[in-house]
Write a protein that binds this ligand. Structure first.
Ligand code: ARG
Length: 564
């Protein structure tokens, strides 16, 4: 049953407001002593030109109480509703158990496409913790939208084209070799890239040579392309290793180079639409009226830019996937850039520019300082995930040394810890990497939620044959009610997370469920309960918790092991 909806209908029968308006105004009081639902009468007061407390009194007298409501009380401008616990809990638990892993799923998206551009690291550069955020937030949104009936399309817009590859080719020819690159991978490419910059300071001719190589790449010169491809392949081996560890997949790896041959037509279109202006030999789209700096489309040396590729990519994606929405996950420092790109697309006359969303996020810092490339404190993703796994393995060795499959569980939990830590706050907030804190089995961590899930799984398996029917009327304590309330709002939270592109709404909610469950479990013995019917009713709470936690973790891209 949709309780809010039912309550909304009863209220609508005695107020001049629509059911939707009422439902959207219904609140959950912060303190359950004030009721399970509260309806503020301010909107109705406007419509009726009457004081809210008076309306509350009138409605209290007139309303036909829905069956699941035990009591209604007026509190100033508010009407507070108290549910009949047995009816309420029985209804929710039955629904979770019946729907199982589909509890919370919906067809809100109606199968429409949503394009999610995430991760998108740069070839020949290390995949560092800064890229982690884009990857895990994008992956969570991918799963959340799928769960809500959208068809998610995950795109990795690799940074695989640009003048830096001319520099890399120059550097490779002077200071590296096939063997060195094959053996050391991206770290060798980084070494020679850094060396290039040092040497070019002394010898500017190197820059000319690099530019020459990039021009060759753009002209499809076989030698230049073969070297570029070598750097590409080597980088992909490392990136894919990280994606495997994180359990992240993409539908397409269409990076910047994918648009090489497609840009000319778009530049022509910009020209035809009268949007290009000459500026010191370069071509720009003027955005002065929009109070933004101009968007550079063609450089004075004829080269294209990051923006040229993004404008082309957006149009390609619209034509190919006809998306309802397209999201771009990058750090906050690209916010102005995306505003410019979206504006250019709008100026081209594409009304779907309104469906493009930049989804920005804050920086990552280490507990003991900033993360910066200059001081050499680049923390590599792979090292970090391995450290988290090793720490978790040590905890398991201490707590549960006889656990089967320890290595795999340590991976699921260690990596889950890193992901959960990243997704636990509003995106825009900076993420602090505190390895000890995030891998702890206690506190507001991923392992705590996973541990709670595993505790439920273990209780269920120890319970033996599961009952087919439950007498929910035996549950009447506050702790059980608190868990059920959180189940009720779980579907809303998923929708809200999608509407705001904020996975933390899901992670906070499953944390609340895990905490409420542990309180429930502390207050209510389950397997040792003597009354069999009561034991079974409590077991239903355990079973439902296991289901909802597994779903929530899954939506965040985190595994839910059965044992820990
Ligand atoms: N490669 C870029 C970077 O590391 C991110 C690309 C984001 N996606 C896009 N379509 N521009 O900053």
């Amino acid at each position: 049953m949709d309780f809010k909806q039912e309550l909304g209908k009863s209220l609508a029968a005695c107020l001049p407001l629509s059911v939707e308006d009422i439902v959207s105004a219904i609140e959950t009081p912060p303190d359950p002593a004030m009721g399970d639902y509260a309806f503020p009468c301010f909107k109705a007061a406007k419509a009726l030109k009457k004081a809210p407390p008076l309306i509350a009194k009138d409605v209290e007298a007139a309303i036909e109480k829905p069956g699941f409501i035990r009591e209604i009380r007026c509190a100033g401008p508010y009407l507070n509703f108290f549910v009949d616990r047995n009816v309420y809990m029985g209804d929710i638990l039955a629904e979770v158990l019946e729907k199982g892993e589909n509890f919370g799923r919906s067809d809100l998206g109606g199968g429409r496409n949503i394009v999610i551009d995430y991760s998108s690291p740069n070839i020949a550069k290390p995949f560092h913790v800064g890229h982690l955020r884009s990857t895990v937030i994008g992956n969570a949104l991918y799963k959340i939208y799928e769960f809500l009936g959208y068809n998610s399309i995950g795109i990795n817009h690799l940074g695989d084209w640009g003048t830096q590859f001319g520099k890399l080719i120059t550097a490779y020819k002077m200071w590296s070799s096939d063997e060195a690159v094959k053996e050391k991978g991206i770290s060798e490419l980084t070494r020679i890239y850094v060396k290039f910059h040092e040497e070019a300071e002394k010898d500017p001719a190197l820059d000319d040579e690099a530019r020459g190589f990039f021009v060759k790449m753009e002209r499809d010169d076989p030698e230049a392309i073969a070297l570029w491809k070598k750097f590409y392949d080597i980088s992909m081996v490392e990136f894919n290793r990280v994606y495997d560890m994180l359990g992240v997949k993409f539908d397409y790896f269409t990076g910047e180079s994918f648009y090489n041959k497609k840009m000319a037509a778009i530049v022509d279109e910009l020209e035809e639409k009268g949007l290009l202006k000459e500026d010191k030999g370069a071509k720009i789209v003027d955005l002065e009226a929009e109070k933004m700096p101009p968007c550079l489309i063609i450089r004075s040396d004829g080269g294209t830019l990051y923006a040229t590729r993004d404008i082309t990519a957006a149009i390609y994606r619209k034509n190919t996937y006809d998306f309802a929405k397209a999201l771009y996950l990058t750090a906050m420092d690209q916010s102005l850039y995306f505003a410019q790109v979206f504006k250019v697309i709008e100026k081209m006359g594409y009304d779907w520019a309104k469906d493009l969303y930049h989804v920005p996020f804050g920086l990552v810092s280490l507990k003991d300082g900033k993360l910066s490339t200059r001081t050499g404190r680049v923390v590599l993703m792979e090292d970090l995930l391995n450290t988290a796994t090793a720490k978790t393995l040590a905890i398991i060795e201490e707590k549960n040394p006889s656990l089967e499959n320890k290595e795999q569980v340590a991976k699921d939990v260690g990596i889950g810890a890193v992901i959960f830590n990243d997704l636990y706050n509003n995106r825009i907030k900076d993420v602090v990497f505190d390895m000890d804190k995030m891998t702890s089995f206690e506190g507001e961590t991923g392992p705590y939620v996973q541990y709670t899930h595993a505790r439920c799984a273990s209780l269920i398996s120890k319970a033996g044959d599961l009952p087919e029917a439950f007498d929910y009327s035996l549950l009447d304590d506050e702790a059980s009610l608190a868990v059920c309330r959180l189940f009720e709002t779980f579907p809303d939270k998923i929708r809200d997370a999608a509407a705001k592109n904020e996975p933390y709404i899901v992670s906070r909610h499953i944390m609340a469920i895990a905490q409420a469950f542990n309180k429930f479990y502390h207050d209510n013995p389950v397997l040792s309960c003597e009354d069999e019917n009561l034991r079974n009713a409590r077991l239903a709470v355990v079973m439902a918790t296991r289901i909802v936690l597994a779903t929530g973790l899954g939506l965040l891209g985190i595994k839910a092991p059965e044992r820990m």
